[in-house]
Structures are given as structure tokens and as C-alpha cells.
Design a protein around this ligand. Structure first.
Ligand SMILES: [Zn+2]
Length: 328
């Protein structure tokens, strides 16, 4: 699917709105790309101001094109925090045009975060992969940075962009966000630092909750709708058997579906996790005959209240979704 990103620029001729929706006019004007990142930024800005969300919560960032109001938010921004090129290839060119005066924090470039290459086939052979647990950075350095700017979907030779689903990444990002905020708003430096520390502890607690949910379950196999969860799976040691769609949430091919069907029959998978943004029709029609438990898992938090609590809730919810689906 081609993105109409450049065409949206024409909407800039519309009158500009001020940074509406920001509860605290004194805080720095910050925009975050997706809800979980918005939540992390909210945690760090707590008591100072609120960031704006760029991609509406109910829209998959994989199939997103920017609307005029979002372009306006970018124009007013002092800082744009985003999860990286591979999630939002449309964003960087837009940033150069619209937010030329803003600082941009590309979270995929933060030191020491875990980055994983895409998984390819519909079936994950997670067990013979090298251990990624200790922040293995190999396998993406040769990632071609050029040449896919005009692709609306991810480059599948690249890094899997769903990096926020590793809470250890999120913790590192809290400090990166705090230090960017401090740069543009030094008078609140202590506040940002303190918020980053306390939010890191909050995430640690949410991780323990998530582990608790997952520990209660048997190790039954599950299939996910789109390949978004490997960061979560690796961190919590609960690896999906495969995914129906690729990491960019594109439509699966007939070949992919028939491979999955064969796998289903052979491995006795008991659970398929769909997502709120995507129709479960395909699951019913392809796998219905196997009578799996069909659950819903949400990598973005579309039903959660935006803000500081979204991220820790998201972690817990994903763990619960998996646990309840594999142990109905
Ligand atoms: Zn995704």
C-alpha cells in the first residue's frame, strides 16, 4: 500500500491551530508517534505538561497516513519522539518539512536497546535462534538505510520496529526522553530525571505482574495475527509458534495460510490471538475447523486511556491475553 504522505502536505495551507488539547500550556510542546510512546513521554513529563499523540490510537500505524490536524501538531512541536524509521517510514520526510525546527528523538537509535531482525516465514523457529536476551545488536547493522523511503510498509530486511514491546527498551527510553526534555526545558531537569526513575520502577512492577500472569499458564502454542510480539515474547520467554500476517500487517498469501494450516494440524495449537484493528474473519475461515480459542491481543493499547498508565497496562494486558488464550 502506497502512502499519500506528500499529498497531505497541501493541507498545510489550512489555518494553523495552536497546540490544542494540551492541558498545560507552559510545558514544552512534544509530539509522540504512537500511544505506547506517548505514554512513556507522558510519564516523563508528568507534572510539567502533556505530549500530543500523532497516530490516533484506533489506527494501525502500519496503515496510516497523516491528517491535517496531525501535521499542525508537528509544526508546533519543539520535540518529536518516535519509535523509528521502520515503524513509520512516512514520518521522517514529513519531519524534515514540517518540524524542521523541532528536535527529533528516534528511539530506535538509543544506545543499548534490544533490536531484532524480522522473522520471515509464517512459522517461527524460535528455538534455534541465537540468544537475543543480552541485547544482541547483530543482524541489523547491515540494514539498508536508503532506498525504501517511499514504501508505506516496513522493509523486511530491516529491524522489527515493535521495539516498545520489550519493557527493558522502554526503560532505557525513559532516560533518553528525560535528557531530550532537559535539553529543551532545562528548568524542569530535576523533575524529568525523577519521573524517569519512578516510571522505570513502575515498569518493573508491571513486568512482575506480566510474569505472574504468564507463569500460571501451561506452555501451549499460540499463533498471533501479525508478527508484532517478538520483543515481548523474548523478554518474557513465551514464544509464539507463528503469525498469520507479516510484521507489517500486510495480507497473508494463500501459501502462507496453507503452511499455517498444516502447522496447526501437526502441532495442536490451541490459541489464535487476533487484534482489535484487524478482522478475525480470516482466522475463522482458515482455522475455525481446528476450534482454537480465539483471543484478542493489542500491541498499541487502543482501548486504554491515553497517558501515564497506558504503557504498564499494555504490558499486563498482553500477558493476560496470552495466558487466558492458551489456558482458557
Ligand atoms: Zn505492527
Amino acid at each position: 500500500m502506497k502512502q499519500k504522505k506528500l499529498r497531505t502536505l497541501s493541507h498545510l495551507l489550512l489555518p494553523l491551530m495552536l497546540f490544542s488539547g494540551s492541558a498545560n500550556a507552559d510545558g514544552p510542546r512534544v509530539v509522540a508517534d504512537i500511544a505506547p510512546i506517548h505514554s512513556l513521554v507522558s510519564m516523563v513529563m508528568d507534572g510539567v505538561g502533556q505530549p500530543q499523540l500523532l497516530v490516533p490510537q484506533n489506527i494501525s500505524p502500519h496503515h496510516y497516513s497523516m491528517r491535517p490536524s496531525e501535521a499542525e501538531a508537528l509544526q508546533e512541536a519543539q520535540l518529536v519522539v518516535y519509535v523509528g524509521h521502520d515503524m513509520s517510514p512516512w514520518l521522517e520526510p514529513v519531519l524534515e518539512t514540517l518540524a524542521a525546527s523541532a528536535s527529533a528523538l528516534d528511539l530506535s537509535k538509543v544506545d543499548n536497546i534490544m533490536q531484532l531482525a524480522y522473522r520471515e516465514g509464517p512459522i517461527f523457529d524460535g528455538h534455534d535462534e541465537e540468544g537475543h536476551d543480552d541485547h544482541d545488536e547483530e543482524g541489523h547493522d547491515d540494514h539498508d538505510e536508503e532506498g525504501h523511503d517511499d514504501h508505506a510498509h516496513h522493509d523486511h530486511d530491516g529491524v522489527d520496529p515493535h521495539m516498545w514491546l520489550d519493557p527493558m527498551n522502554a526503560k532505557l527510553w525513559l532516560y533518553a526522553i528525560a535528557s531530550e526534555l532537559t535539553r529543551i526545558d532545562p528548568k524542569n531537569a530535576d523533575r524529568y530525571d525523577e519521573n524517569a526513575r519512578s516510571s522505570s520502577r513502575t515498569i518493573t512492577l508491571a513486568m512482575a505482574q506480566a510474569e505472574g500472569h504468564l507463569a500460571s499458564g501451561k506452555d501451549n502454542g499460540f499463533l498471533v495475527y501479525h508478527d508484532a510480539y517478538q520483543y515481548f515474547e523474548k523478554r518474557f520467554n513465551r514464544v509464539a509458534v507463528g503469525s498469520i500476517s507479516l510484521g507489517d500487517a500486510s495480507k497473508p498469501s494463500a501459501k502462507r495460510l496453507s503452511e499455517l494450516k498444516a502447522l496447526f494440524g501437526a502441532q495442536g495449537i490451541s490459541c489464535v490471538l487476533t487484534e482489535p484493528q484487524y478482522s478475525s474473519k480470516i482466522v475463522d475461515s482458515v482455522f475455525g475447523g481446528f476450534k482454537p480459542t480465539i483471543g484478542v491481543v493489542d500491541p498499541i493499547g487502543i482501548d486504554l486511556e491515553l497517558g501515564t498508565t497506558l504503557y504498564p497496562q499494555l504490558l499486563e494486558n498482553i500477558a493476560l491475553s496470552i495466558a487466558q488464550c492458551v489456558n482458557p
